[in-house]
Ligand binder design. Structure first.
Ligand code: ZN
Ligand code: ZN
Length: 356
């Protein structure tokens, strides 16, 4: 083994150990961020306002109801993504038998790529040497989790879990609800943010007027400190909301495009020049592949009974090649092409940062 390769393997191993250790800490960081926004929005700003009997009180109570609903959906989708098994390869799964002769390979008998004899290196790419097990199409080995994951999208440090066939929907909903919650929070805090500064300015003018006695100034010091702390909390929360919303928007657009074209993040990096994409069923079916056929379940971070049965059936029958090539009417033998040239195969052994 070359020195460079050895160094890289050691580095990758250490990086994966670090990311594995980071997992539970990231969950705490996410919960802390949610806790901060909750404390600022609910405890500091809107709960006191909600006690008012006037229009402001009604508005504040409306904000509190909407905010609690959004935070509930954020937490639900987050823990669904964290706790759901992303996609384990069924024990003892075997790929279709390899062609025994060149003639059989030419006819596509038993093979996956008609008219093309598989090279030794391509055969090895479908076998995970770390798990010492065969892996289905679209499956990748995650070095952080230390195992193969069906239709692996990427390993996400924020959810301390791989994102794969079973929890991709929950991951997308987590992105969506977090984006909506941060935008909503930034909007409802904006007016209070401005009000706080107006109040501070007014207090400053009163004190500069020189009418206050020494004793009254002492009495208002704790109140001013509390108000200063609240302004700081609103400021930090507002900035975090805007920063997360902006970064999430780009991420949501990217994953919406991937979802509608039935492609994972790993495949996007591996196969971005490969058109047409062999798993593309059309936008509607691609969407339903992840979110299920029933629209009632699309915004809920759970699988309907039908969708769960379908996911597990595909895993059991085809080893978890999503979509299932036979039941979805796809031609397993039809390889993706670019300008009439065959690509290098589906499981090309590419890398996705720390994974694979
Ligand atoms: Zn593996
Ligand atoms: Zn992983």
């Amino acid at each position: 083994m070359a020195d460079g390769e050895l160094w890289w393997n050691v580095f990758a191993s250490k990086a994966c150990m670090f990311l594995r250790a980071l997992g539970s800490v990231m969950v705490l960081i996410v919960l802390s961020l949610i806790g901060l926004t909750y404390y600022t929005t609910v405890v500091l700003v809107y709960q006191p306002l909600a006690r008012d009997d006037g229009a402001d009180g009604t508005f504040a109570r409306g904000v509190l109801v909407a905010y609690h609903f959004l935070i509930f959906m954020v937490l639900w989708s987050y823990f669904a993504c964290v706790l759901t098994e992303p996609g384990r390869v069924p024990d003892g799964w075997q790929p279709p038998p390899e062609p025994e002769s060149e003639d059989e390979a030419e006819n596509g008998k038993g093979g996956w790529e008609k008219g093309r004899q598989l090279s030794n290196s391509e055969k090895l790419r479908r076998f995970c040497r770390k798990c010492t097990a065969w892996k289905p199409e679209r499956c990748h080995h995650c070095s952080v989790c230390g195992r193969c994951v069906l239709k692996m999208d990427h390993h996400c440090v924020w959810v301390a879990n791989c994102v794969g066939a079973y929890n991709y929907k929950f991951f997308l909903l987590f992105l969506l609800y977090t984006f909506v919650a941060t935008v909503f929070d930034a909007v409802v805090l904006l007016s209070n943010f401005v009000d706080f500064f107006k109040d501070l300015e007014a207090n400053g003018e009163n004190e500069n007027g020189g009418s206050s006695s020494g004793s009254s100034s002492d009495a208002s010091a704790p109140a001013r400190a509390r108000q200063g702390g609240a302004v700081a909390a609103v400021f930090v929360t507002f900035v975090l909301d805007v920063a997360f919303a902006a970064s999430l928007l780009g991420f949501i657009i990217m994953h919406a495009n991937l979802n509608l074209s039935n492609m994972t993040t790993i495949e996007m990096y591996e196969k971005k020049k490969t058109l047409p994409w062999r798993y593309n069923l059309g936008q509607r079916k691609n969407f339903e592949e992840v979110f299920g056929k029933s629209a009632w379940w699309w915004l809920i971070p759970a699988h309907s009974a039908d969708q769960l049965r379908r996911l597990l059936d595909i895993s059991r029958v085809s080893g978890g090649t999503y979509p299932d090539m036979e039941s979805d009417g796809l031609d397993r033998d039809a390889g993706p092409t670019v300008g009439g040239q065959e690509s290098t195969g589906l499981d090309g052994g590419g890398t996705c940062g720390t994974c694979v």
